[in-house]
Design a protein around this ligand. Structure first.
Ligand SMILES: Nc1ncnc2c1ncn2[C@@H]1O[C@H](COP(=O)(O)OP(=O)(O)OP(=O)(O)O)[C@@H](O)[C@H]1O
Ligand SMILES: [Mg+2]
Length: 316
């Protein structure tokens, strides 16, 4: 599959600060890519360079085969953008703003259909300054679709949304992907990235510290799977006495750290035969959020985890 976005050695300096520090990544056309990282990591800076809104200091960037800075005009016709903290004219309604954007782009968008798509039909004729935060975000998403874009850049489109509104946005993202569009998303909701994204990159202090599909990253950098048994300390003691596995007791359950898949079956069978009381079990794995918190935390402690899983001193 062709790359919708190809970035090689991208750097952006603000004075002495390397806000983006020699990063490289690719986004295949038709996929959802989530760009993750703590506040100030360099996500918006990178996003705006890809959109052609900021100049880069170094490196090469291709978006739909174009250089966003030198070929902004043809690029802007083909991309949709929701900036972080989307704002708009206060006195204008969603229906009017879509008409306005359509005129700017010379397209013939149907405001009713676009507003239905983002579940904002009931506010079609309300002034922007009367919309809630989530409704404004939804309007931003609708506007980013006015020009039928091949790539949608969504910078924190779900920040501050209630769970239902967030899911409505997820549905739109899935639909955009089904239609063959590319979605470049930044988010602080790791669960959202895990659910929606084909590939993610985690950026910290301007550097990419992990990249791949959420499952690959969890496999490579996550801790071992655990068998969680809802049971008391007698079961914990029993498992410890029979198996070499590490056993942790937390609240109403115990976690047995698994070495391989057969472990879980053998342990459950032994617990069942012991006739000790237990009320349920499940296996648990690290989430992308667990991996993220560990990676970023470790980096801030001075140890840098690189994308191939090796470690190096952060000063290197
Ligand atoms: N115009 C600017 N001039 C100087 N420094 C800037 C400018 N824009 C961003 N920075 C700095 O660059 C770094 C990266 O900022 P950026 O907005 O890209 O972070 P982010 O990952 O989007 O963070 P957030 O999650 O808070 O949105 C920060 O340290 C920020 O203070
Ligand atoms: Mg940002």
């Amino acid at each position: 599959m062709a790359d919708a976005i190809a970035v090689e050695g991208l750097t952006k300096n603000y004075g002495s600060l390397a806000a983006v520090d020699n990063i490289s990544f690719r986004v295949p056309a038709g996929s959802v890519f989530a760009f993750l990282g703590p506040n100030g990591a360099g996500k918006t800076t990178t996003t705006e360079i890809l959109e052609g809104l900021r100049a880069r200091s170094k490196g090469s960037v291709q978006v739909l085969g174009l250089d966003p800075w030198d070929e902004g005009r043809p690029l802007h016709r083909q991309i949709g953008v929701i900036p972080q903290d989307f704002r708009f004219f206060e006195k204008i309604t969603p229906r009017e703003s879509i008409d306005y954007y359509s005129t700017l782009f010379g397209t013939h968008s149907d405001p009713a259909a676009l507003l239905e798509r983002v579940k904002l039909s009931d506010k079609a004729d309300s002034r922007f300054d009367t919309l809630s935060g989530g409704q404004k975000q939804k309007l931003g998403l609708a506007l980013s679709l006015v020009n039928d874009p091949r790539i949608c850049f969504l910078d924190e489109p779900t920040t501050g949304l209630d769970p239902t509104a967030r899911r409505a946005i997820w549905d739109v993202v899935r639909e955009l992907r089904r239609e063959g569009r590319t979605v470049f998303l930044t988010t602080h909701y790791l669960e959202e990235a895990e659910i929606l994204a084909d590939r993610v990159a985690i950026i910290n202090h301007g550097q990419i510290v992990a990249a791949g599909s959420p499952a690959e990253i969890i496999d490579r950098l996550g801790g071992p799977a655990r068998l969680r048994i809802v049971a008391g300390s007698d079961v914990a003691d029993f498992v410890r006495s029979r198996f070499p596995n590490e056993v942790r007791r937390e609240g109403d359950h115990i976690d047995v750290v698994l070495r391989d898949r057969e472990d879980a079956l053998a342990i459950l069978e032994a617990v069942q035969e012991s006739r000790l009381a237990w009320t349920g079990f499940t296996t648990v794995r690290d989430t992308l959020e667990d991996v993220f918190v560990r990676l970023v935390g470790r980096m801030d402690d001075g140890v840098l985890k690189t994308s191939d899983g090796t470690t190096a001193e952060a000063s290197a």
